[in-house]
Design a protein around this ligand. Structure first.
Ligand code: FES
Ligand SMILES: [Fe+2]
Length: 356
């Protein structure tokens, strides 16, 4: 599936940009191949429109925001948060036609981010009570682009077979056999997955998790919110809860914005935010390095690849995407014609799925 080429995926909210960044001026973001400009209106609420002026299609991200109104850098036309052109400096005396406007998109502020839906969203932005709770603090890890498919990155977060091979600072360096999940179930919004992990401590973990255990079992509880948002709760032996909200916001078929914010029931005196960030970033760079080598066109037909037990979350995810596309009359987009594949890999003849 080529994620940015699926119209069905336009019907969801995605976090795209920290509100703090919008305070410095207009921001450009490509969401599902749609170039957007975002800015803050006169009420400090985020606005998202297409990133080309209706006059000569100049990029508005090079323009200025004055009192919540964006001004095109080319000839100075001004646009309100409705997308309507409200000023043409060359003809200040003439009425402006209603058709002189920008296409706008649904845009909301939540969890310190601007969230955008390109079409009517099928689901609301998920509730994350820890973000509002006084018992938790919020730490923003850096957000940055990855050159891989959002679906590849999403599946990796539930993949218990890779820790041993990919991560120096997470998981089990001795035994490659993962612990079977304690829960894997469909939910109306996606999936609930519980998975424990053998882990050997290291200096980054000792500081970031305030522990001194050399060996422990990490209790992990995941909620997947379709299409590319995950809430992961890690419970440490010292009762620290480390809740991560993670979005693999799809930019193109083969690129995403990695957005990661952490909520914890401890304080800066217990653990410095900089130590939390250092561990999170180190683990994420280990993932990014391998995921950017993985082919971005993930087949929804599970017969096209080979699977092991730890791939069951991926299989569930691909079935849910298949059902979503069918529900919305969308069809899976691929990089090549599956009929041209080598003999034996033609999926038109269905065989029983084999999970080794
Ligand atoms: S291109 Fe924007 S005002 Fe002319
Ligand atoms: Fe990983």
């Amino acid at each position: 599936m080529l994620v940015a080429s699926q119209p069905a995926l336009r019907h969801f909210f995605y976090p795209v940009c920290p509100i703090s960044k919008l305070k410095q001026g207009p921001v450009e973001f490509t969401l599902l191949n749609q170039s957007l400009v975002l800015w803050l209106d006169q009420n400090n609420q985020p606005v998202a429109t297409e990133n080309r002026c209706c006059h000569r299609w100049a990029k508005l991200t090079k323009g200025k925001v004055i009192d919540g109104v964006i001004h095109c850098p080319y000839h100075g036309w001004a646009f309100a948060n409705t997308g309507q052109c409200i000023k043409i400096p060359q003809h200040p005396e003439r009425p402006i036609p209603a058709t002189y406007c920008l296409k706008t998109f649904k845009c909301l502020q939540r969890y310190d981010y601007a969230w955008v839906a390109l079409e009517d969203p099928l689901m609301p932005i998920p509730e994350v009570p820890e973000f509002e709770s006084d018992a938790y603090r919020v730490i923003h890890l850096e957000n940055r682009p990855w050159h891989c498919s959002a679906l590849v990155a999403l599946e990796n977060i539930f993949d218990t077979a890779h820790h041993h091979f990919v991560h120096q600072y997470l998981g089990d360096k001795i035994n490659p056999k993962p612990i079977p999940p304690t829960l894997l179930e469909n939910t109306p919004y996606g999936m609930h997955f519980k998975s424990d992990m053998y882990n050997y401590g290291n200096n980054l973990q000792y500081k970031a998790w305030n522990i001194d255990d050399d060996e422990m079992v990490l209790k992990r509880d995941f909620h997947w919110y379709m299409p590319f948002l995950v809430k992961m709760t890690l419970t440490l032996p010292n009762n620290l809860k480390n809740v991560t909200l993670l979005s693999f916001t799809p930019m193109t078929d083969s690129s995403l914005q990695w957005i990661n914010l952490v909520m914890r029931n401890d304080t800066e005196e217990n653990v410095k935010a900089s130590d939390v960030i250092q561990l999170g970033m180190t683990i994420s760079y280990e993932d990014q390095e391998i995921l950017e080598t993985v082919a971005p066109d993930v087949p929804l037909d599970i017969h096209e690849q080979c699977h092991i037990e730890s791939d069951r979350p991926s299989i569930l995810i691909r079935k849910r995407f298949s059902a979503l596309l069918a529900d919305l009359g969308d069809s899976e987009q691929r990089t090549y014609d599956t009929l041209n594949k080598p003999e034996g890999q033609n999926t038109s003849q269905k065989t029983k799925l084999n999970v080794y």
